[in-house]
Write a protein that binds this ligand. Structure first.
Ligand SMILES: *[C@@H]1O[C@H](CO)[C@@H](O)[C@H](O)[C@H]1NC(C)=O
Ligand SMILES: *[C@@H]1O[C@H](CO)[C@@H](O)[C@H](O)[C@H]1NC(C)=O
Ligand SMILES: *[C@@H]1O[C@H](CO)[C@@H](O)[C@H](O)[C@H]1NC(C)=O
Ligand SMILES: *[C@@H]1O[C@H](CO)[C@@H](O)[C@H](O)[C@H]1NC(C)=O
Length: 216
């Protein structure tokens, strides 16, 4: 699988060397530790009818019948509750009548860091378009794991950026604090069920450390 992807990439761009496909981490400054960021588990579910209030104009415009604590058929003539915009914040479960399971994203690192997003109406995190949710306490320390990709292709290239964050800065032998950044492309594979619900996964991959900054 990995070999096939490598071969097809090489075939497409004969000048690309294998080294560029798997960049190595930098050598840290003398006396400084360097982190290893390995993604052990990557799982992204995007249903064909997951509510999408950011990119799907039909969803943004859609109205549903909110009846009690749930949804009834969105027909204004028979709605015994209130017709509301399905994209308003705070709507129950965010799976209105006619919509399928909500979108979720899970990224698990070897060192225990776990990032989990699930659709919550207004999308604090826009899955596949940047920052993911690795916990708010963590966010305060400045750590950002950003993911870019699509669920619309069986096989594609995902991209992940990692900023360690000043709150997680590492200590060098001489007492200086150092913050690291990394980035990589990776193989993203999606499978679809009969309803075109997509489940995307990636083989274990490492995000190489590519730059650093001193934290004063
Ligand atoms: C600590 O070491 C690094 C790299 O060896 C150096 O760049 C930095 O200036 C040093 N910090 C102090 C406070 O001496
Ligand atoms: C509204 O009508 C549906 C059936 O059409 C029913 O299941 C639901 O309990 C009703 N809700 C209220 C708030 O009356
Ligand atoms: C797939 O999508 C259909 C249609 O939205 C939905 O009813 C079903 O629950 C979904 N199945 C899974 C396994 O997510
Ligand atoms: C999620 O799935 C929908 C429906 O198949 C699709 O239109 C949308 O582009 C997908 N989102 C991403 C980020 O790939």
């Amino acid at each position: 699988m990995a070999t096939l992807a490598l071969l097809s990439l090489l075939a497409l761009s004969p000048c690309t060397s294998a080294f560029q496909l798997q960049p190595r981490s930098i050598t840290p400054p003398d006396g400084c530790p360097i982190p290893t960021w390995q993604v052990n588990n990557f799982q992204w579910y995007n249903g064909s009818h997951s509510l999408d209030c950011i990119h799907n104009q039909a969803d943004i415009n859609a109205r549903g019948c909110l009846c009690g604590h749930g949804w009834c058929e969105p027909d204004p003539a028979t709605c015994n509750g209130t017709m509301v915009n399905v994209c308003w914040t705070g709507m129950p479960s965010y799976e209105p009548w006619g919509y399928g399971p909500l979108e979720t994203l899970d990224i698990e690192f070897e060192d225990g860091l776990t990032c989990h997003d699930e659709y919550i109406g207004y999308r604090i995190h826009d899955m596949g378009h940047g920052e993911s949710n690795c916990g708010y306490a963590d966010r305060g320390a400045g750590r950002i794991v950003a993911f870019y990709g699509t669920t619309n292709l069986e096989s594609s290239t995902g991209h992940m950026d990692y900023a360690l964050g000043r709150g997680h800065a590492m200590k060098c032998e001489n007492g200086s604090s150092i913050n690291y950044y990394g980035s990589t492309d990776f193989e993203l594979s999606c499978t679809y069920d009969a309803f075109y619900n997509a489940t995307c996964t990636a083989p274990v991959f490492e995000i190489p450390v590519l730059s650093y900054e001193w934290v004063l």
